[in-house]
Ligand binder design. Sequence first.
Ligand SMILES: [Fe+2]
Length: 226
Amino acid sequence: MNDPRTLHSIDLHGHDSAPAAGENLRSRYASIRAHSVNLVKPLSEEDCCVQSMPDASPTKWHLGHTSWFFETFILEKYEDAFRPFLPAFRMLFNSYYNGIGEKYPRAQRGMLTRPALHEIMLYRKKVNERMEGIFAHHGDDEAFRMLVELGLHHEQQHQELILTDIKHLLSLNPLKPAYREQEEETSPAATAIEWHAFDSGLVEIGHGGDGFRFDNETPRHRRGSS
Ligand SMILES: [Fe+2]
């Protein structure tokens, strides 16, 4: 029997092969979507299915939910003959968008042994292929580009969640499995925590500039600080 503390690899060959990072939105889409899959490669299928607590989600769910976002908010809007990959996914992978309809209970996401991981990988692949078609026809459409930008930042949020959630899950295992082998033995020492003084008065908070921001980061406004 294999040592259960060792890493397991999922054969994801053929799913989202990682492209070089590019400058334009289309290549950023491919690169960021592929990164989600790369994060999963050190995990076993069992690792991907378990939910360690109600506030965490299974890796598998994150992979489905991020594809659901592109399917629901972009493919449905831009495809002439839109048909969902699987109608049930609309409910399974909805998180908190009440306007979209029913949601599967968050605390029970770890019960979803079906769809299987390979089916969710197929879902991702099909969504990516369909997104390619939309890029071809609407790649210069400003509203489309804004939605893609939002979807990519949403995907990156969930990449952080994949890592925090899997670290919590693995931390509960007495076999002390590692997410992956440490790549460098010599990591820099953390900077000591210290207090920083600042002047009291009116300060500006909120997003400034032209770059991407989520809606809860605006409007920029003044607040008293003491
Ligand atoms: Fe989300």
